[in-house]
Design a protein around this ligand. Sequence first.
Ligand code: SF4
Ligand code: SF4
Ligand code: ZN
Length: 284
Amino acid sequence: MDISFIRLDEHVARFILSGTTPAFANSFRRAMISEVPTLAIEDVMIYDNNSALFDEILAHRLGLIPLKTDLTAYVRRDECSCDGEGCSSCQAIYTLSVEGVEGGKTVYSSDLIPQDPNTIPVDANIPLVKLEMDQKVVLEARAELNTGKEHAKWESTLACGYKSYPIIKVDDRCDACGMCVEECPKGVLVLKPGNKFVEVADGKLESCSLCKLCEHACIAGGIGNEPAIHIISDNTRYIFVVESDGSLPVNVIMERAFLYIKEKSESLIDVLSDISGRIVNEES
Ligand code: SF4
Ligand code: SF4
Ligand SMILES: [Zn+2]
């Protein structure tokens, strides 16, 4: 198996995963979405709230704020040495105290003051509630680590998907009519002057969305039941796009997802070895 990156920065990775299977590609996608832990606000103690929003809606909005997460500093509460009572290793504490002013004042995510500065909200400008004169919100919030499998607020990815690597073949029945070129919404195909058949434009193959509109256009041109252009999905190569919500760098999301699959695979091997050992013992 191999990964080659087309783009990799803190927030976005675009890469080709090759030498793999459809099952592994999908497991990897699912692990990145639902098995990588991040911090999110889980408990809110509201001391004062006479804003237009109910306490529950305010708490819900707080829970959806992406928070910077350091997976080397925090552990899940149910795996912490404090036995789930809550300590600085398994929870991050925030306070918020804002009063309205004449003309109104919007409370933003930047008004959440973290005890640990490494757990600030990813974006300072997420609006939470608008306060009018004499309205105020005073609260304390507790964030903890969990995964997207438990609730979408703990998902570390905004977008995470893939497509099969396209293979485009043109057979010798092509008469360079150009109908497929006109139909392609991604500008993948080109008719170069002097060429007797259509071809893939330079650097455009990976833009192909496998929509097969070119095949339909070719058939509509009267070539018969089989088009002269063939769009094939390579089931051993996948083009991935992964976008982080900012709580974790995207390379950490990928590493953690691979680690999760490795641990699950090893525990499956242990269970299968145990079962096959028992069967052998029972038979002997
Ligand atoms: S499958 Fe769709 S995107 Fe790909 S070359 Fe054909 S028309 Fe263009
Ligand atoms: S529509 Fe068919 S025949 Fe026409 S250029 Fe495309 S592949 Fe060739
Ligand atoms: Zn703890």
